[in-house]
Write a protein that binds this ligand. Structure first.
Ligand code: TRP
Length: 361
């Protein structure tokens, strides 16, 4: 059987560079590799609602933003199906059956859930739906028989949970579900791009993001305000690369050809780093170079977004079509599952016959 990709994002905001280097850029490469038989990219609105019950408007607004981000980055509707999670009631049904295969204590031990509970101050009042979202995410993954799930590193516990549920299901009801593999960035920096303030993670709530849809002047301003080495006060001072966000971003985005392309005096990133550490290379210069490097990647994305924004009905149509294809897939898996669980009573002639026999005298 061919390889199948399923991955997704919560539509709680526009996508930023953290999403891009952590997963989105990879998805486009995988899509274009031709190695995958089917690709599903999910806008996980139902999951987003698990901690945004009181703000459905935010989710609604961001569905189109995320769809635009996907398409402008190169997700191609001819090759990938973009779908809206809440449109597939099959996923909710799968979730309900999987709930019996997970213990409360197992969910409590899920590191991603743990840290998210802390982050949201849920402690004493965790919504049940939120608590169970790893189960629903297992439904997302298995519904499409995904073999491969390209995600950021933070999602590894979710994949482990999914694999456990799959194994438990298969052991109980016979081989039915496919055990998925996570595909995380092979590069540490891309696993967790820091925010512009140097904090561990780019996150909307921290206000330290560069968005894929930020205009050029906004990107410029954000880069100029970026955290560097606080002890690098004068150009002549030796600078440190440790925790220096500007260099971290260069590690994630800079290509060898950028030095010549932007007329930089250095021949490589290593040479630039050495110069910075030695002293004599100012932050402003490095930041200006980073702006060029980022623009090299972001300008074409921005241009495509501008075009797409002019034809929203087209984007809606892409979502509709992707969702339809996905629904058929999820429905087939659900049927298999019910078959395996023997809860497909009306299709089970042997069962109906046995009911008849039971009362024959
Ligand atoms: N939990 C993921 C996130 O927060 C989003 C998501 C929902 C997802 N369903 C998925 C990712 C299925 C991979 C597979 O980013």
């Amino acid at each position: 059987m061919g390889k199948i990709i399923l991955t997704g994002d919560r539509p709680t905001g526009r996508l930023h560079l953290g999403h891009y280097v952590g997963s989105l850029r990879r998805r486009v490469e995988l899509q274009n590799s031709g190695e995958y038989e089917k690709i599903f990219i999910m806008i996980a609105d139902a999951q987003a609602l698990t901690d945004n019950v009181d703000n459905p408007e935010k989710i609604r607004e961001n569905i189109i933003e995320v769809a635009l981000d996907y398409l402008s980055c190169g997700i191609d509707p001819e090759k990938s199906n973009i779908l809206i999670q809440s449109e597939l009631s099959e996923l909710t049904e799968l979730t309900f059956y999987y709930m019996n295969m997970v213990t409360v204590s197992r969910l409590e031990r899920n590191p991603t859930v743990k840290s998210e509970i802390q982050l949201r101050n849920f402690e004493a009042s965790i919504p049940v739906g939120f608590f169970c979202y790893p189960i629903s995410q297992t439904a997302d993954i298995t519904a499409f028989r995904a073999t491969t799930v390209p995600v950021g590193e933070d999602q590894l516990p979710m994949l482990e949970q999914a694999r456990e549920i799959v194994r438990k299901f298969n052991a109980t009801y016979g081989e039915t579900l496919v055990e998925p593999q996570a595909l995380v960035p092979d590069n540490k920096i891309c696993s967790r791009l820091p925010g512009t303030d140097g904090k561990a993670k780019m996150s909307k709530s921290l206000g330290n993001c560069i968005y894929l849809s930020d205009p050029a002047d906004v990107v410029k301003k954000k880069v100029m305000g970026m955290f560097t080495d606080p002890n690098h006060l004068r150009v002549e001072d030796p600078g440190s690369l440790e925790g220096n966000t500007v260099f971290t971003y260069l590690d994630a985005f800079c290509k060898p050809e950028h030095f010549e392309k932007f007329g930089d005096e250095h021949k490589s990133l290593d040479e630039m780093k050495e110069h910075y550490q030695r002293g004599g290379l100012g932050d402003v210069k490095v930041k200006k170079f980073l702006i060029n490097v980022l623009e090299d990647e972001l300008a074409p994305i921005r241009a495509r977004r501008e075009e797409l924004q002019k034809d929203i009905p087209y984007v809606v149509d892409v979502l509709k079509k992707g969702t339809e294809v996905a629904r058929a897939e999820a429905a087939a898996t659900l049927a298999d599952l019910k078959n395996a669980m023997k809860i497909n009573y009306f299709e089970d002639e042997a069962l109906i016959k046995s009911w008849q026999d039971k009362f024959k005298n």
